[in-house]
Write a protein that binds this ligand. Sequence first.
Ligand code: SF4
Length: 246
Amino acid sequence: MNWRLPNSLQNMSNNLIRIGDIEKFSIVDFPNKIAVVVFMQGCPWRCPFCYNQSLQNPNAPTEAAWENLIHLLEHRKGIIDAVVFSGGEPLLQDGLPQAMDKVKTMGFEVGMHTGGYRPEALQKVISKVIWIGFDIKAPLEENRYKEATGGAGQVDKVKESLQILLESGIHFECRTTCDPRILNTDDIYKIADELSTLGVKEYYIQKYRPIESDKTTKESDCEKFFQDEKLIAYLKTKFAIFDVRK
Ligand code: SF4
């Protein structure tokens, strides 16, 4: 699947990017920075645990616009340190490099959350960002990635993006949402082995909180990853920085 925004929505003169929503103030989305979070519209994946399903359709109407972001930033100088481009999948939109350039010229640092769907697009922005949060959805095998992304897969692109990150030398973290419907503790061991072998230094596991349509997953199912002391001890040995997010 080659998933791109329609040309008509790319690089519009006054709208460098399509924005689904804007978080005006966050202290948890960019390490040690007070950030504005830009939720970009459109995502090629369909993760069963997605908390932002309204961002998936690239053509869905949105209320937030590029002008809203610029207006907000003009009034937040001195209060906000950084802008983090999130999603959806920010790498889908060809206007991302120009959007990053614009907020940098306004004096803000730039970060990004991504699953690495378009390595060629990542290459274009890697020199513009100072930090990336990189989602690892499953062990790095196509069949497992397909299970974790509603059939979309494309693990080769994820691996290529990860390699770009490793070679860039920029600060980045990898993180996995532990959805017990698609992952088990053995999968987390496997992901940790794969990432640490590649040279990843910072890794987090995140608790899945059942989305509204999930009526069957129990709290104990979600907790099992975090209560497994052997797993947690193992993960601490594999990474210079490891933690849990619950
Ligand atoms: S990559 Fe993120 S936005 Fe896209 S479907 Fe998965 S969880 Fe949702």
